[in-house]
Design a protein around this ligand. Structure first.
Ligand SMILES: CC(C)(COP(=O)(O)OP(=O)(O)OC[C@H]1O[C@@H](n2cnc3c(N)ncnc32)[C@H](O)[C@@H]1OP(=O)(O)O)[C@@H](O)C(=O)NCCC(=O)NCCS
Length: 166
């Protein structure tokens, strides 16, 4: 059975964000994804509220000593749980927290009772993104060309990775 790797950082806390804090989700989504993704960039706080009202969607803030360091979103469906908007604010990257955030997100996703957890990444995401997923036990299940890469590079590949329950 797939088990997310152990977290060595008890310092990382994840806290669910309530719908009324849609502005916080909007800010974290934008700041974490700046330079990496453009989805939802034009969403108003109202649009965020509508999105968060869906019972199958939950948004989580990661904190260290009460300081916000990153976020992720989970979407539940009959297929399992998808992780989106996963990442850290710039000052907190490259210190091992991404590894612990992935453990936390994966544990939270499996805590819903899901048998499958997956996410998408792209070659124009942060260079630690794919290594982090592979190191965390995720497997690449599909690769394809991106139609609209964020940066203007000739060929971009999108890899889908997921935790497997064997
Ligand atoms: C992707 C992200 C969460 C990774 O977090 P991080 O703090 O930078 O990475 P960490 O220091 O925790 O290291 C995580 C993994 O990255 C890889 N990594 C870290 N430093 C590395 C380096 N210098 N060279 C190569 N790989 C490295 C390793 O696989 C490491 O896992 P391991 O320790 O189990 O081997 C973070 O960089 C981020 O939020 N980036 C912006 C948003 C983003 O791209 N999100 C992903 C969308 S799919």
């Amino acid at each position: 059975m797939f088990q997310p790797r152990a977290s060595h950082a008890a310092r990382l806390q994840i806290v669910p964000v309530k719908q009324r804090n849609a502005a916080l989700c909007k800010r974290l989504w934008s700041e974490v994804g700046a330079g990496f993704w453009t989805e939802r960039i034009r969403w108003s706080p109202m649009r965020w509220q509508e999105h968060l009202r869906q019972p199958n969607v939950s948004f989580w803030v990661a904190q260290v000593s009460g300081q916000q360091v990153g976020c992720f979103e989970l979407t539940e469906s009959i297929r399992g749980v998808k992780i989106e908007g996963f990442g850290l604010l710039p000052p907190y990257r490259g210190q091992g927290l991404g590894r612990d955030l992935l453990t936390a997100a994966t544990q939270q996703a499996f805590a819903t009772g899901a048998r499958k957890v997956w996410l998408h990444t792209a070659t124009d995401d942060h260079p630690h993104a794919l290594p982090n997923y592979l190191s965390g036990g995720y497997k690449i299940v599909r690769e394809r060309d991106l139609r609209h890469p964020v940066q203007s590079q000739p060929v971009q590949k999108l890899g889908a990775a997921r935790g497997r329950v064997v």
